[in-house]
Ligand binder design. Structure first.
Ligand code: PLP
Length: 409
C-alpha cells in the first residue's frame, strides 16, 4: 500500500466502536421505528422520547449571546470570567486550600492531551484503570506513550488499591514520574465513585510512593460526570489541600455532560498544588500547548458558563434543571439494577453517571446476540456497556433479562 504516513502514525485509524454502534442503532431506528429499537450506546443524555437533553437555561443563554461573543477569538488561556466560572462550578463549597490554576481546553479530551503531552516523556508509561474510557489509550498512543492499566475492582467489588499500588511502584522503578488517570465520580463505564476512605487510601499510597522526592505522580482526576453524582461527591476535592509535595493534581473538566454542550468543545484543566511555582509552570507549559494545538477554545460556550456563574439564581436554575436528568437516569439505573438482581445478572457497583457495565466472557458475542433483539450496546474488552443516560425508561423494563440471556448464549 502506498503510504505517506510517518512511522509513528502508520496504521492508526479513528474507528470508534461507540460512534459505530450509535450509527447502527440509528439505521435500525429508521428501518423499524424508534419504539422497536433500544439504542444503549450514546454518551449523551436522551429524554424518554429519545431527544437529546439541552438544559433549558443553558440553551436560552447560548442562543441569546451577541454575535461578537460567538464569532470572536478568545484568549489562549480562555475567557477570564469562564476560568473563574469553571473553578466555581467544580469546587463549589469544597475548594481545597492549595494553589490552583485553570486553563481552558477543547473539552475534557483537550485537558487529557495537554497533561499526557506535558507531564510524561515520549516512551513513558501512563496508568489508568482497566475499565476506562477508550480515548485514554488513543491520547497516549498518539503521543507515543505506553498505556498501562490495573484491575479497577478487587475481589470484594471495591476499588483495588493493592493492585494500583503495585503497578504504580513497578512503573516508577523505571521512570521518574507517572501520569495516573482516575475517572471519578460516576466513572465511565461502570458508574463507580471512589468513597472518601478510598480517596484517603489513594492519597496516602501516593505519598508513600513519592516519599524521598525522587519520584513524582501527576494525579489526573477526570471529573467529566461530576455534575451527575450529587453534591456530596465533591467532598473529596477538599482532600487536595493535603496533597503530598511530589504529587500534582490536575482536574479534567468538561462542559459536555454537565452543561449539555457536548459538541461545543469546551473544557478546562485545573491544576492543584501546594506550590505556587508548580502552578506558574503549569500555566506556562499548558498555555503553550493550547496555542500550538488548537489555539483557543469556543468562545460562545465559555461565555455561556461565565454568564451562568455571574448570577447565583441562574446557577441554581441550571442545577435544578440538571437534577431532573439525574433523577431520570437514576430511575432507569434503579430499574435495571433491581431486575439484574432478580435474574442473577452480575454487574459492577453502579453509584451514578451515564453508564453501567455488565462483565462477561465474550462481550462481542453478547452484543451481536442483543442486536438480534434490536438492542445496540457497546462491547468493551471484558463486558457490555449500557447507556442508562439514553435508554427510555419503558425500554429499561425487561432489559436485564435480555442481557442475561445474551451473555449465556
Ligand atoms: N472523560 C470521560 C470518562 C468521558 O466519557 C468523556 C466524554 O465522553 C470525556 C472525558 C471528555 O469529553 P469531552 O472531550 O467531550 O469534554
Amino acid at each position: 500500500m502506498l503510504s505517506f504516513a510517518a512511522s509513528h502514525a502508520k496504521e492508526k485509524s479513528a474507528a470508534d466502536k461507540i460512534f459505530d454502534t450509535v450509527i447502527a442503532a440509528n439505521k435500525a431506528i429508521a428501518q423499524y421505528g424508534r419504539d422497536k429499537v433500544v439504542n444503549a450506546a450514546p454518551g449523551t443524555y436522551l429524554n424518554d422520547n429519545g431527544q437529546i437533553g439541552f438544559l433549558p437555561t443553558v440553551e436560552k443563554i447560548y442562543r441569546n449571546l451577541p454575535a461578537s461573543e460567538i464569532v470572536s477569538y478568545a484568549s489562549i488561556a480562555g475567557v477570564p470570567e469562564y476560568l473563574e466560572a469553571v473553578t466555581e462550578s467544580v469546587f463549589r463549597q469544597f475548594k481545597p486550600e492549595a494553589y490552583t490554576k485553570t486553563i481552558a481546553t477543547v473539552g475534557g479530551t483537550g485537558a487529557l492531551h495537554n497533561i499526557v503531552n506535558n507531564y510524561s516523556e515520549v516512551g513513558d508509561t501512563v496508568l489508568t484503570t482497566d475499565w476506562c474510557w477508550g480515548p485514554y489509550r488513543s491520547v497516549c498512543e498518539d503521543l507515543q506513550r505506553n498505556f498501562a492499566t490495573f484491575p479497577m475492582f478487587a475481589a470484594n467489588g471495591l476499588f483495588n488499591l493493592a493492585d494500583l499500588s503495585t503497578k504504580i511502584n513497578e512503573i516508577l522503578a523505571g521512570q521518574d514520574r507517572v501520569v495516573l488517570i482516575l475517572n471519578t465520580p460516576a466513572h465511565n463505564p461502570t458508574g463507580y465513585s471512589l468513597t472518601e476512605d478510598e480517596w484517603d487510601a489513594v492519597l496516602a499510597m501516593l505519598k508513600d510512593c513519592t516519599a524521598g522526592g525522587l519520584k513524582k505522580v501527576i494525579l489526573v482526576i477526570d471529573i467529566a460526570y461530576i455534575d451527575y453524582a450529587g453534591e456530596a461527591s465533591r467532598q473529596f476535592l477538599q482532600k487536595l489541600s493535603a496533597l503530598p509535595d511530589h504529587v500534582l493534581a490536575v482536574l479534567a473538566f468538561s462542559m459536555s455532560k454537565g452543561y449539555t454542550l457536548y459538541g461545543q468543545r469546551a473544557g478546562a484543566m485545573i491544576g492543584v498544588s501546594r506550590f505556587q511555582e508548580v502552578m506558574r509552570e503549569f500555566d506556562n507549559i499548558n498555555q503553550y500547548s493550547c496555542r500550538a494545538t488548537w489555539s483557543n477554545v469556543n468562545r460562545a460556550a465559555m461565555r455561556a458558563l461565565a454568564t451562568i456563574f455571574k448570577d447565583a439564581a441562574l446557577v441554581e436554575q441550571v442545577d435544578r434543571e440538571r437534577q431532573q436528568y439525574v433523577q431520570k437516569i437514576s430511575e432507569r439505573a434503579g430499574i435495571f439494577t433491581a431486575e439484574a438482581q432478580a435474574v442473577g445478572l452480575r454487574m459492577y457497583p453502579y453509584k451514578a453517571g451515564f453508564f453501567l457495565t455488565i462483565p462477561c466472557a465474550n462481550p462481542e458475542q453478547a452484543c451481536r446476540s442483543l442486536t438480534n433483539d434490536l438492542i445496540f450496546a457497546v462491547a468493551l474488552s471484558k463486558g457490555v456497556r449500557l447507556s442508562v443516560c439514553a435508554i427510555p425508561t419503558v425500554q429499561i423494563h425487561g432489559l436485564a433479562g435480555k442481557v442475561a440471556a445474551a451473555i449465556e448464549k
